[in-house]
Design a protein around this ligand. Structure first.
Ligand code: ADP
Ligand code: MG
Length: 613
């Protein structure tokens, strides 16, 4: 019988390999971005068309390639990143298998331009379906541009398998985010169909997260920082109250490369414990810096799972650092610009030691040293550490109770809602207004009484400070703009505060001669007379200026919230009460009015039966 085995031509072998490396446009994006980072780029541009189906282009200002390298780069197992098997254990780059470009070129039309910094001219290579078309000299800036056109043009079956543009774009967006978020020292831009999606300048880590995920993250993040002799953790976790209902912002990185790890995820979940509202997921961005020898690098390029040699120890360390970060956050002000502190409204309870807790981990501990196994918790603790730990645990408990309490109320509310739909008859029993001053509602542990005016002040205060911090304005345009004449002093004050008044929702034009036209008012007070609103607010503002030495922005938020708050004596509709309760428990400090007074009062069943003895 004749021999039947033969070697596949390279182009076919590459196409088969491509099936593993490039599943969709997003995989090509990932490979190209990683190559640019490996090339030491400080600026990377990503340009895509039709969710990457027509074009994926990455332009970097990295090292560039020589004429020969530009051609070799497309050969399978062509890499500049490792030379021998030993290098595999110290790999610090993103790629090393030398498969990506060969795979991409097997299933697309690729145009590469590259120039080494020391050369005057660059080189251009065209390659289509693994077929080398041409190479010539070209003009190009320092670095490399790789354009991948018509992905899967020669594999129609795969092309047909691509999802809608929206879905494919989302995949690309996620790959881009995973890379851009952990490389804040590199500036990135990202265009889709000619429109700018992201322009990210070089920044610090927190700023990069905020720039990608939105300004609201500015106050949602708690820093995580811990170095031991086997691993260093850096990054951020989301405050428990901002936990998301969907498994959204969860990012682990090892040596700046994204990975997934259900076991370590569990460590984080465990550290948050009951602090997380039910059915919600913690947010985290944590980078693990570790000796490459401690991880199994021989993983498939497209896989995001990574194996660590000593997962148990890392689990314990991770859980501990996250727990401590949550603990420390209780000692710092809730809002970024220290509102509560500057007003001294939120003094810590007596007996609290305000020193931040010291880290409990012994940096000398080496988990690989068998003599030492798991002794890092107690053996080397000094008295001070023990007292700090005690202190920290107290705070943690405190915090937990607060959140649990908050959750109980929220859950009760949800139950009430369910009950309401089940049985209209009990609707009126769920809460009621007492003397047009307090809201009384029953919770699992007893009775909850809410001060309506203080609750409303708290809600508005947080809304206004948020608008001022985030520079957003919720203004409602007046149907008939009103002209108001102020006295000279107030005129000067309004001019001075104009920008921040805008963020409170006031759209005011200066007409000269102490005259202003009010075009818009804060969204929630459309019925109010603008003149009374502004005057009342200025009154409060001036009073605070002399009474309390506080920052102007806080004073404005405070004055405006007091001015607009629901006052005692106002009868509230059922919906208004519900709204007030919902919004109050979405606040950061639902227990205390902005001027430091109690908002809530609970009477537990035990207390009640005590009174009725
Ligand atoms: P790997 O990244 O695993 O080495 P690739 O196929 O992704 O394999 O790339 C092959 C080689 O081409 C790289 O090792 C590198 O030398 C070179 N290369 C790829 N992209 C770039 C780039 N943007 N700038 C400079 N060199 C690059
Ligand atoms: Mg690569």
């Amino acid at each position: 019988m004749a021999d039947i085995i033969h070697l596949l031509p390279d182009s076919v072998a590459n196409q088969i390999a491509a099936g593993e490396v490039v599943q969709r446009p997003a995989s090509a994006v990932k490979e190209l971005l990683e190559n640019a980072i490996d090339a030491g780029a400080t600026n990377i541009q990503l340009i895509i068309k039709d969710a990457g189906k027509t074009l994926i282009q990455v332009i970097d200002n990295g090292n560039g390639m020589s004429d020969t390298d530009a051609r070799l780069a497309f050969e399978r197992h062509a890499t500049s990143k490792i030379k021998n098997a030993n290098d595999l254990f110290s790999i610090k780059t993103m790629g090393f298998r030398g498969e990506a470009l060969a795979s991409i070129a097997a299933i697309a039309q690729v145009e590469l331009k590259s120039k080494l910094h020391e050369q005057a001219l660059g080189t251009q290579v065209l390659i289509e379906g693994s077929e080398f078309k041409c190479q010539e000299v070209c003009q190009f800036s320092n670095g490399t541009s790789i354009a991948v056109k018509n992905l899967f043009f020669n594999v129609p079956a795969r092309r047909n398998f691509l999802k809608s543009d929206i879905q494919e774009f989302n995949h690309i967006n996620e790959e881009f985010t995973r890379i851009a978020i952990i490389n804040p020292n590199i500036s990135f831009s990202f265009h889709h169909n000619g429109k700018l999606v992201f322009q990210l300048d070089k920044s610090n880590q927190k700023q990069r997260i905020v720039n990608i995920l939105g300004k609201t993250y500015n106050e949602k993040l708690i820093p995580v920082q811990q170095e031991t002799n086997i691993i260093k953790f850096t990054g951020f976790i989301g405050k428990p109250e901002f936990a998301r209902k969907t498994r959204g912002e969860q990012y682990f990185f090892v040596n700046n490369r994204f990975f997934k790890h259900p076991y370590f995820y569990h460590a984080i979940e465990n550290a948050f414990q009951e602090l997380l509202p039910e059915k919600s997921f913690p947010t985290y961005f944590i980078n693990f810096e570790i000796d490459p020898k401690e991880i199994d690098i021989n993983i498939h390029p497209t896989k995001t799972e990574i194996k660590f040699l000593d997962e148990k120890t890392i689990y314990a360390l991770l859980r501990s650092v996250v727990k401590q970060s949550i603990g420390k956050f209780n000692l710092s002000p809730t809002l970024d610009f220290e509102i509560e502190q500057s007003l001294s409204l939120n003094p810590p309870p007596k007996g609290y030691d305000l020193k931040p807790p010291t880290i409990k981990i012994n940096p000398e501990f080496n988990p690989f040293d068998k003599k030492n196994t798991f002794s890092y918790q107690s053996k080397t603790q000094t008295d001070r550490e023990i007292s700090n730990q005690h202190n920290w645990e107290k705070l943690y408990e405190e915090r937990k109770n607060q959140v649990l309490f908050k959750r109980e109320i929220v859950e009760t509310q949800q139950k009430i809602e369910i009950k309401q739909t089940e049985n209209e008859n009990i609707t009126n029993v769920s809460f009621f207004q007492l003397q047009n001053k307090y809201i009384v509602t029953s919770i699992k542990s007893g009775l909850l009484i809410i001060d309506q005016q203080r609750a409303s002040e708290r809600i508005l205060f947080e809304q206004f400070t948020e608008s001022i911090i985030n520079k957003t304005s919720f203004s409602q345009q007046q149907l008939f703009p009103q002209t108001i004449v102020f006295n000279h002093n107030d005129t000067e004050l309004i001019k001075e505060l104009k920008t921040d008044l805008y963020y409170l929702g006031f759209d005011i034009n200066d007409f000269g001669l102490n005259t202003f036209v009010v075009n818009g008012c804060p969204a929630d007070c459309i019925d109010e007379n603008p003149q009374h609103l502004i005057e009342g607010m200025l009154e409060n503002y001036k009073k605070n200026l002399t009474d309390l030495k506080i920052e102007s922005k806080i004073n404005l938020a405070l004055s405006m919230s007091r001015n607009m708050a629901i006052k005692y004596g106002r009868k509230l509709e059922k919906e208004e009460i519900q709204n007030l309760i919902d919004k109050l428990f979405a606040c950061k400090l639902p227990y205390q009015s902005p001027s430091g007074k109690k908002i809530l009062f609970t009477l537990t069943m035990d207390e009640l039966s005590e009174k009725l003895k």
